[in-house]
Write a protein that binds this ligand. Structure first.
Ligand SMILES: [Zn+2]
Ligand SMILES: [Zn+2]
Length: 296
């Protein structure tokens, strides 16, 4: 099911206009007040001018308040018969602010994730700093996962955090692995790059990387071949038959996704890469080209 209750607006703003409109404490407070009114259930609430004015934490005259409110009407707020209501653009903004993306700082000391390094056997650890959740080896320093995430993630105990971050990272991996940008929903460009040509930190960890980038918003991601194929139905079925659900297992526990031990580069021009997994007497081989299309 797909539900939408969005209004339409013909108003078009440049991003400079949008930042300028929002760069004012009273307008930010109006968006916060309407956003808070919504809670987590039901349709977006509508507040009459007098209610909005009395609920907002501002000490300016109604005429001044109205001046700022009218700046938001159109691009960020709809004016209806019953009052004022956030547009979806403003709801998204409000949620991003609540996630602490622009306002808060948080960090987490390193803690163990319960798996040993695939290369040096030292415990693998997780940490959160500078808005990045990183899973890395405490011995050799190899990075296994690095995800940008808002400060609101640090709530709760370590186990719960790891479960949530596994799913949070996966929702991006899933979209990216299907060739869609998880941020702006545009098509991605896919390339296969040899690790030695990459020249960025961590590029020595794998022989080949799958690089996906969005021309629209600039988002990009480097992944192992195994991780790129994480949602391949044959791979899922193969592990399912072994009693393992790779759609929920923390990605750092999946050796085929964290290393390139199961990857065999058959040809580089054109690219032909095999992912070959043997387990409990069963074997699976997926051969892909440079767009990650399964050839065989
Ligand atoms: Zn290590
Ligand atoms: Zn994008």
């Amino acid at each position: 099911m797909f539900l939408t209750d969005g209004g339409t607006s013909e108003d078009r703003l440049t991003s400079e206009d949008a930042f300028a409109i929002l760069g004012n404490e009273y307008r930010a407070e109006i968006i916060r007040t309407l956003g808070e009114e919504q809670g987590t259930e039901g349709p977006r609430p509508t507040l009459a001018f007098s209610d909005l004015y009395s609920k907002a934490d501002v000490d300016i005259a109604t005429s001044q308040f109205n001046y700022h409110l009218q700046k938001l009407v159109g691009p960020f707020i709809d004016k209806t018969e019953n009052g004022y209501r956030l547009r979806h653009e403003a709801v998204a903004l409000y949620r991003t602010i609540l996630a602490g993306t622009y306002t808060e700082t948080a960090s987490l000391e390193r803690f163990q994730v319960g798996v040993d390094c695939y290369y040096c056997d030292a415990p693998i650890e997780a940490r959160y700093a500078d808005r990045r959740f990183t899973v890395l080896c405490s011995g050799c320093g190899r990075e296994y996962s690095d995800t940008t995430a808002p400060p609101s993630i640090v709530e709760g105990n370590h186990e719960a955090l790891l479960n949530r971050m596994n799913q949070y990272a996966r929702h991006r991996i899933l979209a990216f692995s299907k060739g869609v940008c998880s941020i702006c929903a545009n098509d991605l460009r896919t390339r296969v790059l040899p690790g030695e040509e990459l020249g960025v930190s961590g590029s020595e960890q794998l022989d080949v990387f799958v690089h996906r980038s969005c021309d629209h918003c600039g988002a990009q991601q480097y992944m192992s071949v195994g991780l790129s194929l994480l949602y391949n139905p044959e791979l899922i079925a193969f592990f399912q038959a072994q009693g393992r659900d790779i759609t929920t297992t923390p990605i750092w526990e999946l050796e085929f996704a964290m290393t390139d031990r199961f990857v065999d580069v058959r040809s580089t021009d054109p690219w032909e890469i095999a992912l070959h997994i043997e387990q409990d007497g069963a074997e699976l081989e997926l051969v892909v080209d440079d767009t990650l299309t399964v050839l065989d």
